[in-house]
Design a protein around this ligand. Structure first.
Ligand SMILES: [Zn+2]
Ligand SMILES: [Zn+2]
Ligand SMILES: [Zn+2]
Length: 316
């Protein structure tokens, strides 16, 4: 998902995290509030109910963002969409850190279930406040259950991926869950279309579910491609005598570099940054694994998984 805040309205900042709302949110909000039957004696309760749904979503997203920060990851943006919220989190690439960053979202909803239920039961029956709290309790339980579905890219699917990561590695686990997500997304679109064709449900009533299924299928298909490519990269034979100073990974063996002068294909780690055909030098070298760029000599002062082994050369 692209972090695009130009079509969104900035709401506020808390704990260094900027919260935006996408413009389409207002459009869908008006539609939703005016189309639902009013079960309250006063209209404004419907507005409060709808806003509470997004307050719960927002707390959920703050759960992700703050947990991600607590393990040293980056998280500075939350965007609210009509279908929910997105916290842009980049936890460190460790299964435990990812597991905590993802689980902290649903954990917020789980924690709120009991206080909301108690508050509801303490309120006098047959009042707007009681009805509102009852609905909000159910919405919160619904949010928890929906997010915990083990379908990538929903939280439950990402939790499953982090758990599998411990056993079969990052990219294989992503291939497994994104394959499941893709099949699930396509299957639910099929089921929904069948139900519409049999006139069991109307197209309008399943439109949101259909869009979510489509989103699940598209994101899963994309992630599967990314994971397969990354697994392929990881399986390549590696140099053992040098490593990226940032991610400590040995660079892949093979002619992956192209000379800008003579267009020869060569392995820059075989020749230490020199084109074997024309002798041109290519000293800054970008890591194919983490995209950081370092001088070729710094690569050779590191070893895979170890880091710096030789003092860096200093000039006199
Ligand atoms: Zn979440
Ligand atoms: Zn690297
Ligand atoms: Zn060359």
């Amino acid at each position: 998902m692209q972090r695009n805040t130009t079509t969104s309205l900035w709401l506020f900042q808390a704990f260094g995290i900027d919260v935006y709302v996408h413009w389409s949110w207002f459009f869908v909000a008006v539609m939703q509030i005016s189309s639902r039957p009013n079960e309250y004696t006063a209209f404004y309760w419907k507005v409060v109910e709808y806003l509470s749904l997004f307050a719960l979503v927002l707390l959920h997203e703050f759960g992700h963002a703050l947990a991600c920060r607590s393990v040293g990851g980056e998280a500075d943006t939350i965007i609210l969409w009509p279908l929910g919220g997105i916290a842009f989190v980049r936890p460190p690439a460790r299964p435990g850190a990812v597991l905590w960053s993802i689980f902290a979202g649903p954990l917020v909803n789980l924690t709120l279930i009991l206080p909301l239920a108690i508050l509801t039961l303490l309120t006098p029956p047959d009042t707007d406040l009681r009805h509102y709290l009852g609905i909000t309790t159910l919405i919160n339980i619904g949010l928890f259950c929906f997010n915990m579905l083990p379908v990538y890219p929903l939280d439950g699917g990402q939790i499953l991926q982090a758990l599998l990561w411990f056993a079969i590695g990052r990219w294989r686990s992503l291939q497994v869950v994104s394959a499941i997500g893709f099949v699930f997304g396509i299957a639910s679109i099929g089921v929904l279309l069948l139900l519409v064709a049999l006139q069991v449900v109307t197209l309008g009533s399943v439109l949101v579910l259909g869009l979510i299924s489509l989103f699940v299928a598209v994101v899963s298909a994309n992630s599967f491609r990314v994971a397969r490519h990354a697994q392929h990269m990881q399986d390549l034979p590696r140099h053992a005598d040098c490593a990226c100073p940032s991610c400590l990974t040995g660079p892949p063996r093979g002619k992956f570099w192209t000379c800008e002068e003579c267009e020869a294909q060569f392995d820059t780690f075989d020749t230490r940054g020199v084109c074997p055909d024309c002798g041109a030098w290519f000293l800054p070298t970008t890591c194919p694994d983490c995209r950081e760029t370092h001088h070729i000599d710094r690569w050779f002062s590191c070893r895979p998984g170890v880091g710096l082994v030789e003092p860096e050369e200093s000039s006199w």
